[in-house]
Design a protein around this ligand. Structure first.
Ligand code: ARG
Length: 655
């Protein structure tokens, strides 16, 4: 049962009868912040006072009378200027828990308005190994898909692979010029990876050399600008002084950024120049960047050799990626990469031109949009299509195939401009009825506050990240085992370490507000009593231990429900928390934020732990109380299990 939805339902006609738009006020009915005052709070009376022209306390009084809450609440109070505090009736609470207890869905109702939701996530560029940057899209998208499905929406998950871009030009070039036939035969995935990295390194070297001069010049100009400002000196006027300081700060920051770019370019140059063999290759392949583009263009134009090689490479590239998905327990309904759309792109451009939405500009084809400095490019002057063109074709295909209400793009926030333009164009193109949403997320940072890198400064491979998480989890488990009552069999420890390690990694990501950057830390993510999956998994496992020791089968007690009783305040608190699972899931989908579920699970675990410590089960005073507490343990543990499951995280029976 969704208590919040029920309460809101009761107040809906009240708002309607007051002649105000209910959607503006209904959100002001919420779970109480401070449990002292009750379980739920209605805070709209103050906001309504002006619109209705009555004092808020009077409105509150009228509202509670009209809402008819007798069967839901056993205490309704007006406090302060007009807050309404509601306390849920214990009998109702007990009944609702009983219903949740016997229900596989834990009493969570399915949505009354099922939407068709396409979720575009993970979507890596496939010729490169997956790295830490891919984890966020993959786990956030997966969690949203699981929650939406659980609530009864029709979900289509689509992995929009980058399987058609410049990175293939790179391995094509590498294969043609650098392959070691035997190495390729014996381990194609490994060898293609090596080729990719080699080409990348040489290509980066040349790019860095071209860029370095320009960067250094910019840095110099800034240096001069700062020196000039300093020479003029600080103004006397207080306001101008502040402006002056701000301007200097801005310039210094820009200078720092440039210095960083210069350092990174120099590093790329040094890396090649320090190795005579590499330097020789780089000199022999001075035109590599142009050549890579040409290989890509030939592939796109349907060149027989390149197309055949692409077909040969693709499964190898996918092999590694699929291994990661298996480890992460992530899967997709469809995997329609960029290549799937390549023969639809010309038609998209033509259609946009026919409708007058796209126009030629400097030889290229562009869509000009209000509110943007630059137009959206959909075809280059050499005929090549762009990322945006493919995304337009993708929208057309998705709408024709699934007729979705919503399409979510779980993609790095740095692509926001691309999506803003894409959505604006799509709306003009006739797709205004589809809710297109960029589910943006921030960067994963290392403990130094910079984008997470290995010690040597390389991006962190996703496979290595998972390995390390599992290794650390195993260490935590072995530590726990030292004073455990019943030991874990040696052959199970690796499996448990995997559930705990991967779970920790996912939770560390999902528990953060997705819009911000977050700092990655192996130690924090595995804290036994922290804001971690480990904490919930640990309590879950301990509760299974109680059942084992009591030789009780939770399945069996579920078939003979006893009344839930609230002898201790923590029992009531836990009961309310359990029932709020349903509300939380609704909230997750409002703005597509899995961290609300992670937070909920943390709070649930905290309350459950307090209950576990303070409310004895095996030594409960009466049989009735013991039965109720066993049920409470089982129900809370299952809520953790299902909740973590919706984040794509497993549980274990023993830790
Ligand atoms: N492959 C892209 C990248 O790695 C992400 C694709 C996201 N999805 C989309 N429909 N644009 O940046």
């Amino acid at each position: 049962m969704n208590l919040l939805a029920n309460i809101r339902q009761r107040f809906l006609p009240v708002l309607e009868s007051l002649g105000v738009p209910p959607q503006d006020y209904i959100g002001m009915i919420r779970p109480a912040q401070d449990k002292k005052f009750g379980d739920y709070q209605v805070n709209f009376a103050m906001a309504l006072a002006k619109a209705v022209g009555k004092p808020p306390r009077e409105i509150a009084q009228q509202a509670i009378q009209a809402a008819r809450l007798d069967d839901l609440c056993d205490r309704v109070e007006i406090a302060g200027p007009g807050f309404i505090n509601l306390r849920i009736d214990d009998r109702l609470l007990s009944r609702a828990l009983g219903a949740a207890f016997t229900d596989e869905r834990l009493g969570v109702p399915r949505t009354v308005r099922a939407l068709t939701i396409v979720i575009d996530y993970s979507s890596p560029n496939v010729a490169k190994p997956m790295h830490v940057g891919h984890i966020r899209s993959t786990v956030i998208g997966d969690a949203l898909a699981r929650v939406a499905r659980f609530l009864g929406h029709h979900v289509i998950t689509d992995n929009h692979l980058g399987d058609w871009g410049t990175q293939f030009g790179m391995i094509l070039y590498g294969y043609k010029h650098f392959r070691d036939e035997q190495a390729y035969r014996s381990d194609p995935v490994q060898h293609l990876g090596t080729l990719y990295r080699l080409i990348r390194q040489i290509s980066d070297y040349h790019t860095a050399r071209e860029e370095l001069l320009r960067l250094e010049r910019q840095h110099n100009d800034l240096e001069n600008a700062i020196a000039r400002s300093r020479a003029v000196g600080e103004p006397v006027d207080k306001n101008q002084k502040k402006q002056y300081a701000q301007e200097l700060q801005r310039l210094a920051k820009k200078q720092d950024e440039l210095a960083e770019e210069i350092a990174s370019a120099r590093k790329k140059i040094v890396a090649v120049e320090a190795d005579p063999h590499l330097l020789g290759l780089a000199r022999q392949h001075a035109q590599i960047n142009q050549a890579v583009l040409e290989e890509t263009a030939k592939l796109h134009a349907g060149d027989g050799t390149n197309l055949a090689l692409w077909r040969e490479f693709l499964p190898h590239c996918m092999g590694d990626i699929e291994k990661i998905y298996r480890r992460l327990d992530v899967s997709f309904d469809v995997v329609l990469g960029e290549s799937f759309y390549h023969d639809q792109l010309q038609a998209v451009v033509d259609d946009l031109r026919d409708r007058g939405l796209a126009v030629p500009s400097d030889g290229a084809i562009c869509v000009f949009l209000d509110g943007f400095d630059a137009p959206m490019l959909i075809q280059k002057s050499d005929g090549a299509f762009l990322y945006a063109t493919t995304d337009l074709a993708t929208i057309k295909y998705r709408v024709a195939t699934w007729n979705p209400d919503v399409i979510l793009y779980v993609v790095d926030h740095r692509q926001h401009e691309h999506f803003d333009k894409l959505f604006a164009t799509a709306a003009r193109w006739g797709y205004a009825g589809v809710d297109l949403r960029h589910i943006a997320f921030g960067t994963v940072l290392g403990e130094d506050g910079r984008p997470f890198k290995t010690r040597s400064g390389d991006t962190v491979g996703l496979a290595e990240l998972l390995d390390e998480a599992e290794r650390k989890a195993k260490a935590v488990l072995l530590d726990l085992q030292r004073d455990a009552r019943d030991g874990i069999a040696a052959d199970r420890i690796d499996r448990i370490a995997s559930v705990v390690g991967i779970g920790a990694l996912k939770f560390a990501d999902l528990s953060q507000n997705r819009s911000s950057d977050y700092t990655f830390s192996y130690d924090k993510m595995l804290e036994l009593k922290g804001f971690t999956a480990t904490y919930s998994q640990y309590l879950y496992a301990r509760v299974q231990g109680i059942f084992r020791r009591a030789q009780l089968d939770p399945e069996a007690i579920r078939s003979q429900v006893q009344p839930f009783v609230f002898a201790h305040p923590l029992e009531r608190e836990l009961a309310i928390m359990i029932l709020q699972f349903s509300e939380t899931l609704d909230e997750v989908l409002v703005d597509y934020r899995p961290n609300l579920l992670a937070q909920y699970l943390f709070q649930l675990t905290q309350t459950f732990f307090k209950f576990y410590v303070q409310c004895p089960v095996l030594e409960a005073e009466t049989k009735e109380l013991q039965a109720s507490r066993f049920q409470m343990c089982d129900l809370a543990a299952r809520t953790i299990k299902v909740g973590l499951g919706l984040l794509g995280i497993g549980v274990v029976d023993q830790m």
